[in-house]
Design a protein around this ligand. Sequence first.
Ligand SMILES: O=C(O)c1ccccc1NCC(=O)[C@H](O)[C@H](O)COP(=O)(O)O
Length: 266
Amino acid sequence: MSNVLDQIVATKKQEVAAGKQLHSISDLRTIAAQQTTPRGFFHAIENQVVKGDTAVIAEVKKASPSKGIIREDFNPVEIAQSYLMGGATCLSVLTDSNYFQGSDDYLSQVREVVGLPVLRKDFMIDPWQIFQSRALGADCILLIVACLTDELLIELNDLAMDLGMDVLMEVHDEEEMNRALATSAQLIGINNRNLKTFETSLSTSQNLRKMVDEKRIVVSESGIHTSEDIKFLQQQDIHSFLIGESLMRHNNPGEQLQKLMTGQVE
Ligand SMILES: O=C(O)c1ccccc1NCC(=O)[C@H](O)[C@H](O)COP(=O)(O)O
């Protein structure tokens, strides 16, 4: 039986095929050329980490397959503004509509109003989507190693960099980590959530972090809820975090971010 990740990828293939009927790569290149220059996503995180500070990629997400609706009252621009006030280093915006109730428009709207670098959080399987991401204004894309062959991983990574974007390359186990480390990816996301079973454990970050040398930056993703979680990950020498649900469930997500980072969330 297929798992959720397989289903998402199957749906994505249909979406991409339909998208290609509407916009050619040449169209997307023209639209991308009208976008403002990509904001340095990697550099924003690196600057924080080099200073000895913590970098948070705060996620704008209405729903997910594992949690259903996370936030009914969903205004992506207001949430992003709140994250800016709360000290986020970068933003992550879900653009997948079928499984996360996201939208491509959310990314463009957020990026127009808030000056932080923005990750397009979606499921990349085809070069067409990389051009589309830049046309939408993305500063960084997510590449999930589990969804891609080695050849495609390298092709999409190189294409994103050619277009001036950064890449967050996501892994969940040792084998995926070895595949990511064979590429030039500078930003390695360790997803604490198994995307096939939804089981979440911070020990995934604890175990895999040891495989990455200091030339790359590790981002711990998913299942970060308390200030103790942050402290635990910092003790593993991880200083960048991608956080969604635990912020999105609060009325004022930026205030919750600030509390989380200052030891006030139990
Ligand atoms: O979260 C899911 O249910 C999910 C299912 C299938 C593919 C991806 C999925 N989530 C993406 C993420 O990993 C999270 O949005 C991200 O890391 C933030 O996690 P959290 O802080 O736990 O919301």
